[in-house]
Design a protein around this ligand. Structure first.
Ligand code: AQP
Length: 327
């Protein structure tokens, strides 16, 4: 069976972008593949984190994975820092990755600009190499991610090919799996920016754990465009984004929704969208809060996942070390 790898950073409040761009798809495909779904806590350290808060967020991500329907019988669910092979392979790949290609990564440029490039961590610069290690360690064929990760995935493919050319066939060259709707959800208050969980503006995202009234309020206050038509068009980035969210959650197409809302107003459209989102998120939220009452169980589950992941990752790490002349 083909292998799938994907992950989310426990670096803030998981939002509907993470849900429709990633988790929802993982749940849909879990029957078909051998799945590795990771909580990428080493990636979260690339920007400053409060240790206590990070520990809490890691459990929260685990609870959201399970509550969304990922089944630990079908998926290996684990945290990155508990499988040391991720850090080890990163070092090996660092030595074939190039300064120039990492300098061109737009996520680094965007995030480093916010912190000030001089004081951005070396970890933030190296983020894509750690991501390449995550994927290549499991010889994953497919990587279901949002559109924002396309460039990082291309770098993973480059590093896999380069390693194979230098040292002989070792890694599977993975493919991105990016959906048409929901792959790039934009901020509710600024539709030209990606919805981001580390945003300091809670109004910019709907968190998966927001209570129903908060979801309704945030969607009611989401910015709209001038005019009254409910259509997806370049000059209507805000309405396009809301239509895209609606489509991704319900499985309807954007043209179907445009037809359904022809001649109706923004207010009514947003009200319906709010209910659609509440209906999708409320059961996940309830189940996640229940799971979080039992941190011991979550820890056990993550440890069992780590054990399986360590076994699965060992052969690729050994092969890479041996081929480079180590061990
Ligand atoms: N806005 C988005 N629309 C669709 N998919 C998205 N993803 C993230 N944002 C959106 C997808 O969610 C997965 C996990 O992302 P991540 O944790 O690796 O971090 P990120 O892409 O950097 O996400 P955020 O929310 O913007 O986090 P911060 O603010 O911490 O950087 C990935 O599959 C991603 O594509």
């Amino acid at each position: 069976r083909q292998r799938v790898f994907s992950g989310i950073q426990p670096s803030g409040n998981l939002h509907i972008g993470n849900y429709v761009g990633a988790i929802k798809n993982w749940v849909a495909i879990q029957e078909r593949y051998e799945n590795y779904f990771c909580i990428v806590d080493l990636h979260a350290l690339t920007v400053p984190q409060d240790p206590k808060e990070l520990r809490r967020k890691i459990r929260e991500v685990a609870a959201i994975y399970l509550a969304s329907g990922l089944d630990p019988q079908r998926c290996v669910i684990f945290r990155q820092s508990h499988v040391s092979a991720h850090a080890e392979l990163t070092w090996l790949l660092n030595c074939i990755a190039r300064f120039g290609e990492l300098s061109r990564m737009t996520q680094f440029k965007d995030k480093a600009r916010k912190e000030g490039t001089e004081s951005a961590s070396v970890g933030l610069f190296d983020y894509p190499v750690l991501m390449a290690s995550d994927i290549l360690l499991y010889n994953a064929h497919l990587v279901p991610v949002g559109d924002d990760q396309r460039q990082h995935l291309e770098l993973t493919r480059t590093l896999a090919r380069r390693f194979n050319n230098l040292y002989g066939e070792t890694f599977v060259v993975p493919e991105a799996m990016i959906l048409k709707t929901g792959a790039r959800v934009m901020a509710l208050d600024a539709p030209n920016e990606k919805m981001s969980k580390s945003s300091p503006r809670p109004a910019s995202y709907v968190a998966i754990l927001d209570d129903p009234d908060t979801v309704r309020r945030k969607i009611r206050r989401a910015v709209t465009d001038s005019g009254t038509e409910i259509v997806a068009r370049e000059d209507k980035p805000a309405i396009t984004n809301l239509l895209d969210i609606y489509a991704a959650i319900t499985g309807k197409t954007v043209p179907e929704l445009e037809e359904q809302y022809r001649g109706r107003g923004y207010g009514e459209f947003k009200k319906d969208l709010a209910e659609v989102v509440v209906e999708a998120l409320a059961p996940i939220r309830e189940r996640a809060l229940e799971l979080l009452e039992n941190p011991g169980e979550l820890e056990e589950l993550l440890e069992a996942g780590a054990e399986r992941a360590r076994k699965a990752a060992a052969p690729a790490l050994h092969a890479a070390r041996a081929k480079m002349g180590l061990g």
